[in-house]
Design a protein around this ligand. Sequence first.
Ligand code: UD1
Ligand code: UDP
Length: 366
Amino acid sequence: MGSDLAIVLGTRPEIIKLSPVIHECEQRDISYTVIHTGQHYSDNLDSVFFEQLELPTPEYNLGVGSDSHGAQTGEMLAGIEEILLEENPDTVLVQGDTNSVLAGAIATSKLDMELGHVEAGLRSFDREMPEETNRVVTDHMADYLFAPTEQSKEYLLEEGIPADRITVTGNTVVDALHRNRKLAERKSSVLDDLGLEAGEFFLMTAHRAENVDDESRFRGLLSGVSTAAAQHGVDVVYPIHPRAEANLDAFDLSVPHNVRLVEAQEYLDFLQLESAARLILTDSGGVQEEACIVGVPCVTMRDNTERPETVSVGANRLCGVEPSAITASVDFMTETDNTWENPFGDGTAGQTIIREAATVRAKVPR
Ligand code: UD1
Ligand code: UDP
């Protein structure tokens, strides 16, 4: 029997940010099916999030794994199409800007079903990033654009997307945080396990291709973070993403002694690390948002961001990867008073998205 709604996901941030949408389907008894592309497959990027976020195992897993952009996206596209033809949902939801999103969007757009894009309208205006292509193309194929903020809606309108397709929902990252932050405080022992004191360390993540696939950028970034931490008398905790780990080896980079490499963390432990950090250094999209929401200053080691709201409220500063720019930005952000407003909504994005998705409109009171 087919479902009303199909949800396509494939990577760590999609599992986290679609968890509120899946929980909403469960709560409202909406028939849905989850198609996992298998873009992420290592336990610590994949199954651990299904467990911690209390999500059912996906009905389908394409097991596509890692490959070049074209080969990976193409294999996903063929697999998703086959399942959509079998399930015949009215609406397909994708979230964010990964290759899994692009494949889900293209497959849906050629079939008689509607496409909803969760986290629509983000723009870095940097077409060198594969994610920028993925999000622009997906937005222009979508029937329902769930923009997290007024700013993202504005970008979509400027590109000529009709206003009646766009709903400002807030970001589902807030829903996930609200549901899990207290749980993390109660359940996570990560600070004790790693011998950390709240407020006495910096947290860092770096995994973006333009940083860690480029030897000199990766080297600069590590050196800048290490110097900044030493100047502030703290160590850095760096939960490492497999892309970055592979490149540390490939470039034979030595990690400075005050940068502590740890495994990619489970969600609850990572939330606890974020909340307890004095400052967060990152190139991740989701981590920029979470730092802003939990009230910890953030320094983003990129030349641009598709999350400008974090910068305009004063929670985040962009610095690229030059060591001197990193240390200057860390100095600046450690002086902030951490009293900004969260620009990403009140944690009801999942409800709004399900209410607005065409499939269920008839079944759910508006
Ligand atoms: C992808 C997304 C990126 C997102 C990130 C979230 C694209 C183009 N990029 O980047 O936008 O921020 O996910 O984390 O979709 N690997 C493993 N185990 C896994 C998955 C990957 O070891 O479960 C290793 C493989 O060596 C692989 C590399 O990581 O080649 C990169 O994986 P890939 O999915 O291509 O891109 P990400 O860097 O994870
Ligand atoms: N995250 C996690 N463990 C980690 C690093 C990140 O659980 O070790 C979570 C984090 O809370 C956030 C998401 O992963 O919700 C961000 O994913 P990522 O940085 O991989 O991708 P991006 O957001 O840049 O696409």
